[in-house]
Unconditional design. Sequence first.
Length: 132
Amino acid sequence: MVRKFGALLAGLAVVVVCVAVNAADEKKLSIKEVMGVVKGKDGLCAKCNAAGKDAKWEDAAKVSKKLVEAGEALAKNECPKGDAKSWEKLTKQYVEQTKAIDKSVADKDSKAFGTAIKAFTDACTPCHKAHK
């Protein structure tokens, strides 16, 4: 009886730890937090761009994965200002653009990388005008 109870408690502890880890992994980043890691000379976009331009594909891959995560985190936020449908459309494009960057890095395709980075950076102004 004691062994069964001990096994039950151990199983319950595993479930609690798994739920806590999943909750921490799914922490929703604010728009400000996302922009903080993406923008600027030390941001993900600049780091990815520099690595890709120099064909340092392994370095670019590490950063491009984080860029995709940031894009997905941005899309989980509510529209701060402006039309919600526009927000949904623009954040969906943002995620698609981060994935295009990541794919071009994985493919080690300099031309596709340049196109994807340009599309990504060009998308900032329309979104900021509508929603910042």
